[in-house]
Ligand binder design. Structure first.
Ligand code: SF4
Length: 356
């Protein structure tokens, strides 16, 4: 395997000052370096024309600026989404989805370009509807690999990403040590400059991670994969519920609400004969009201190799109407990019299957 280099994308200005100091350079060089990395987006140290050649050589010998190599880009037939697969230095693959949506998460914010970001290679949580969980967890992404997806998406799309959803491969709250530094760079006005209100963190209900994210203290958006409004139903869909059942998850979400963050979105995949029956809608309504949350219903997207079935359109609409009747804000979302395997993990899964 080729030598692994550290990537500078995750270096804050303070970290760059320290690094450059250790190489015998003044702090103003950190400002210059930040500008080359984030304003001019140069992928190569040698292009940094106002840095001394010896410094460019020293940086090039130890660091890189692009931790991902894009190996496949696939476009949905409607042209609405583009999914790309990137190879990291150790050969592992990660996928991300570019969504040029006019409307942001929950319809509240308009945006030009949304990116669905991955946070891990594979996932340990094994939600039953998800292809990422089928291969288990390989490793956490570094902060630079998370940031590298945004940089790569902007290079593919030719414009800036202004809305981020952490809904790709992996459970972001199981990778807090890399997620928090990545978020710091994402929100830094001198780096990616994407506001907290344009960042949605999606979690399967990792309670310790939720508490740590609340303590991070930024007004991020939170989407919780609920998919069951009782422990009995939720544990069938999400094994994580056995570790952190609703009795622990709901108080953690109430605490999130108390710290003044945005309204929580409860994600609920409608699966025939599992959680799409009307009595479940009433339980879900009670939970949503207790959290002052909105609900996002997603008719199940058939995944090759998984057993479940999408309910009929009439059943989905009846479920939705039951929530509306109980005064719960609700949206129904049909997955975009159905034809390019846009459910998280499917593109990587197909590649891994081809390889083996
Ligand atoms: S839905 Fe998210 S948390 Fe669950 S297995 Fe898939 S990637 Fe992991």
């Amino acid at each position: 395997m080729p030598e692994m280099k550290e990537c500078l994308l995750e270096y804050t200005r303070e970290a760059l000052v320290e690094l450059l100091g250790s190489l015998g350079h003044k702090p103003f060089r950190a400002t210059q370096l930040m500008e080359w990395i984030w304003k001019h987006r140069v992928p190569d140290f040698q292009a940094m024309s106002n840095l001394p050649p010896a410094l460019r050589d020293a940086l090039q010998a130890r660091f890189l600026l692009r931790p991902l190599q894009v190996v496949e880009v696939s476009e949905s037939t409607t042209g609405s989404t583009r999914k790309f697969l990137s190879r990291m230095q150790d050969g592992h693959l990660v996928e991300s989805v570019i969504i040029p949506a006019a409307v942001g998460q929950g319809g509240a914010h308009s945006s030009r370009l949304t990116l669905c970001v991955s946070s891990q290679v594979g996932c340990a949580f094994g939600c039953r509807f998800c292809a990422s969980g089928l291969l288990g967890l390989t490793r956490n992404l570094t902060a630079s690999e998370i940031l590298g997806q945004i940089v790569a998406a902007e290079e593919i799309a030719g414009e800036r990403v202004d809305n981020l959803v952490f809904m790709g491969m992996g459970e972001p709250l199981a990778n807090m040590d890399n997620l928090l530094p990545a978020l710091t760079q994402i929100m830094d006005p001198h780096a990616l400059n994407i506001g907290a209100r344009h960042i949605t963190i999606s979690t399967s209900g990792n309670v310790p991670g939720l508490r740590r994210l609340a303590a991070f203290g930024r007004p991020l958006r939170l989407a919780v994969s609920l998919h069951g409004a009782s422990d009995e139903v939720r544990s069938q869909v999400m094994p994580v519920n056995r570790k952190w059942p609703l009795g622990e998850l709901i108080p953690a979400l109430q605490e999130w609400n108390r710290t003044g963050k945005h309204m929580i979105t409860l994600e609920y995949i409608l699966i025939q004969d599992v959680n799409a029956m009307l009595p479940e809608a009433h339980k879900l309504a009670r939970l949503a009201r207790s959290l002052n949350a909105k609900v996002n219903l997603i008719p199940y997207n058939t995944v090759e190799g998984l057993p479940w079935v999408r309910p009929s359109e009439a059943d989905c609409k009846a479920f939705c109407r039951a929530l509306v009747a109980e005064r719960v804000p609700v949206t129904m979302r049909y997955e975009k990019g159905h034809d390019i395997n846009a459910a998280c993990g499917q593109l990587r899964l197909r590649r891994e299957q081809q390889r083996s």
